[in-house]
Design a protein around this ligand. Structure first.
Ligand code: SF4
Ligand code: SF4
Length: 295
């Protein structure tokens, strides 16, 4: 079984379009959406959820008002100003008299729970999101939804990866096709562990090249072979040429170029991958990339 992740230096380069096309082309595979902060592969694959699970991560403090003596020590101790006396909180905690924790401001350090003289403060795991195992017209898919303003997206990516691998092993699949996170942060690093190939999608702009090079450095650091794709290359032929020259000079493997075509947008609006939509040269270009990857 091979695992392929599609990543990009920044959002909006067409990563999910390419992943969706690979999902349509690959035989006997599992899909995973690891762009958990802004998941959108489901818009193309329209999964039917079969299993739904809570994702718990990080801690938040909560005050038991029956025990609290309102001494105020915890307010002075919290460096994040997350404890308030009465009133409403941005985290939607209790309103009224007494001491309350603002769950949005609470960083879960647990200091207040140690200094409370009567043990009125407990630390509780946050419900940070959900993850799902679903069925799509192309096969099984593992995906997730991170709660608003929740952290630990890297941990959720690792969980989605682990579950996708388990589903692939249980079904004797040949491929795990992963829509990775953009950028170079924790979710991308979590997307890369144990991967056979990373496909880096860039657009033909100077910032696109800069961001792609940064993410390629990350793949090199983790010894993951990467292949570059220039998406919408014909929107800026000069810059595309510069990227090609840069790749040739620096030993970066350019695996293909995909032209701009409004048909891609039309397919997305209809919730389809480009491979299921009208004929366009984009299909041949992505097919060629997929064939090279398989080879
Ligand atoms: S330190 Fe404990 S007892 Fe004092 S106000 Fe805070 S929660 Fe209440
Ligand atoms: S856990 Fe830390 S951040 Fe949260 S309320 Fe207590 S002291 Fe403040």
């Amino acid at each position: 079984m091979k695992q392929i992740v599609v990543i990009s230096g920044k959002g909006g380069t067409g990563k999910t379009v390419i992943t969706g096309a690979f999902a349509a082309l690959a035989k006997n595979k599992v899909m995973a959406d690891c762009d958990v902060d802004a998941a959108d592969l489901h818009l193309l694959l329209q999964p039917r959820i079969k299993e739904r699970h809570d994702f718990r991560s990080g801690l938040s403090a909560s005050i038991d008002k029956k025990i609290c003596r309102q001494c105020g020590k915890c307010i002075a101790a919290c460096r994040f100003s997350a404890i308030k006396r009465g009133g409403s909180t941005s985290g939607g905690d209790a309103i009224g008299d007494g001491f309350v924790i603002d769950r949005i401001s609470c960083e879960g350090c647990a200091f207040c729970s140690h200094i409370c003289p009567v043990g009125a403060i407990k630390m509780e795991e946050n419900l940070a999101g959900e993850w799902f195992i679903s069925e799509t017209r192309f096969g099984p898919m593992v995906h997730a939804k991170l709660g608003i303003a929740e952290e630990n997206s890297g941990k959720l990516v690792s969980l989605v990866r682990k579950k996708a691998k388990e589903v692939a092993e249980n079904n004797n699949c040949d491929w795990v096709i992963i829509d990775g996170a953009p950028g170079i942060g924790c979710p991308v690093i979590a997307s890369l562990s144990g991967i056979d190939y990373a496909v880096v999608v860039t657009e033909p702009t100077l910032s696109g090249l800069h961001d792609a090079l940064r993410v390629i450095e990350v793949t090199e650091h983790f010894n993951v072979p990467s292949r570059l794709v220039i998406n919408k290359y014909d929107l800026n032929p000069d810059m595309s040429k510069k990227i090609e020259e840069h790749c040739a000079k620096n030993g970066i493997s350019l695996i293909g170029k995909v032209r701009f075509d409004k048909t891609v947008v039309e397919a997305m609006v209809e919730g389809k991958t480009i491979m299921e939509y009208k004929d366009t040269p984009v299909k041949d270009e992505i097919c060629s990339i997929w064939e090279k990857l398989q080879a």
